[in-house]
Write a protein that binds this ligand. Structure first.
Ligand SMILES: NC(=O)c1ccc[n+]([C@@H]2O[C@H](COP(=O)([O-])OP(=O)(O)OC[C@H]3O[C@@H](n4cnc5c(N)ncnc54)[C@H](OP(=O)(O)O)[C@@H]3O)[C@@H](O)[C@H]2O)c1
Length: 250
């Protein structure tokens, strides 16, 4: 991948980390396609960034991989970087889990990136491209995550995909890396069902537990994802990078 203008797909680009990633790539002159279900949110990401194109698609739909591949081809003529960032959360102990929420998490966080990545293998191989899977520092290594275990299982699964695809796709010139955010202030807790007050309380309660004594901002993650796409980062593959202020090693 040359250090020229690149073509980047960011799933979940209408909010939070995905929006910051999309804008960070756009600000360095790259073409970006943001994917999500909510057209106004995608449009807000693109506002003021002429290189950002939008693709309103539900990634859990069977037609989504082909639709995104077509949109990327039309808008950008190729794919150098795929950021699998879209995800849904959902808290609850085993006894409280509802089938629909469990299935939504597995479908969005695990099945959708598998099938989207599969659909983009051709353009990624043509570009000697990069796949970035956005996991979670809470699911790294041998950690447990009671109360958030289904979400954590999807993220641990994504990390295994990162390692496996790095081995499988490396000979085809495609790099695969994971980025595992810690607690990042994106509003995602509210989208996962918490009240505004509960989410603010959660962030305030987490900050003193982080070695760097603050929760992260979406730009803290975006900076790393853009750097991992630099040609100078071209020997990194198969690794999952925790960007969490040190929380996962406490
Ligand atoms: N925030 C944190 O503290 C934190 C910590 C660890 C890891 N992460 C990970 O970081 C990533 C981004 O998180 P975030 O905090 O920025 O969350 P977010 O703001 O809720 O972003 C998730 C995005 O995914 C999109 N999305 C969800 N389901 C979709 C579907 N079926 N089809 C297409 N798009 C879909 C959402 O857009 P629509 O609803 O409009 O479709 C949304 O823009 C996620 O993978 C998350 O698991 C976040």
């Amino acid at each position: 991948m040359e250090n020229t203008q690149r073509s980047v797909i960011v799933t979940g680009g209408g909010s939070g980390i995905g929006r910051a990633v999309a804008r960070a790539f756009a600000e360095r002159g790259d073409r970006v396609l943001v994917v999500g279900r909510t057209p106004p949110a995608l449009a807000e990401t693109a506002a003021g960034h002429s290189g950002v194109h939008t693709c309103a698609v539900d990634l859990t739909e069977p037609s989504a991989p082909e639709a995104v591949a077509k949109a990327a081809d039309e808008a950008m003529g190729g794919v150098d970087v795929l950021v699998n960032n879209a995800a849904v959360g959902g808290f609850g102990g085993l006894a409280e889990l509802e089938r629909a929420r469990v299935e939504a998490q597995v479908a969005t966080n695990l099945v959708a990136p598998v099938l989207l990545t599969q659909a983009l293998l051709g353009p990624l191989e043509n570009a000697s491209g990069l796949i970035v899977n956005v996991g979670s520092a809470g699911a790294l290594g041998l950690r447990s995550w009671p109360g958030n275990a289904v979400y954590g299982a999807t993220k641990a699964g994504l990390d295994l995909l990162t390692r496996s695809w790095a081995v499988e796709l490396g000979p085809r010139g495609i790099r695969v890396v994971g980025v595992a955010p810690g607690v990042i202030e994106t509003g995602a807790g509210v989208r996962a069902g918490m009240t505004e007050e509960a989410y603010a309380g959660f962030l305030a309660g987490m900050a003193p537990q982080v070695p760097l004594r603050r929760v992260g901002q979406p730009e803290d993650i975006a900076w790393w994802i853009v750097r991992l796409a630099d040609p100078q980062a071209g020997y990194a593959s198969g690794a999952v990078l925790a960007v969490d202020g040190g929380l996962s090693v406490t």
